[in-house]
Design a protein around this ligand. Sequence first.
Ligand code: K2U
Ligand code: ZN
Length: 167
Amino acid sequence: MSILEILEFPDSRLRKKALPVTNVTEKEYDLAKQMLSSMYQAPGIGLAATQVNVHQRLIVCDVSEHQDSPLILINPVLKESFGSAESQEGCLSVPGFHETVTRASEILVAAIDEHGNPISKEADGLLAICIQHEMDHLDGKLFVDYLSSTKRQLIRKKLLKIQKLKD
Ligand code: K2U
Ligand code: ZN
């Protein structure tokens, strides 16, 4: 399974709003499997198609201890959210930075699974955070957008400097 390149902030392609998947085919399933391989290798517990420069509404998550409970959500829609939880978030597209973000503590998400079947998923804890984080990616939103503009600009400047050194 190939490892996909993950776009890094401030790449403007991370700001594109993903389009709904109109038909779930083998192509979408293969993409999801490649995203899961790339996520496990990073390592990470979530990944959105936007991050691998595919602008379709598809996310993957796996918060299990042994990385054996992959969740593929196509066209995810947040139906209900409850409570509030603060957590330290990072992002594979913003490597090396972690900041506190507040999100709903429990959610109910409607989506389509990799076989094209409608599903409804209740989540709390880290999975709820991960799904909300990934769904933000589909709308071109990053966790740094919850920070002050000063903090965001500082992270932007530092990442641009690191990226320039890699060139
Ligand atoms: O979207 C991504 O970049 C992957 C995110 C998913 C995530 C962010 C914040 C909170 C939960 C999930 C992470 O970078 S994956 C890295 C990671 C690994 C273990 C625990 C939390 C985050
Ligand atoms: Zn992220």
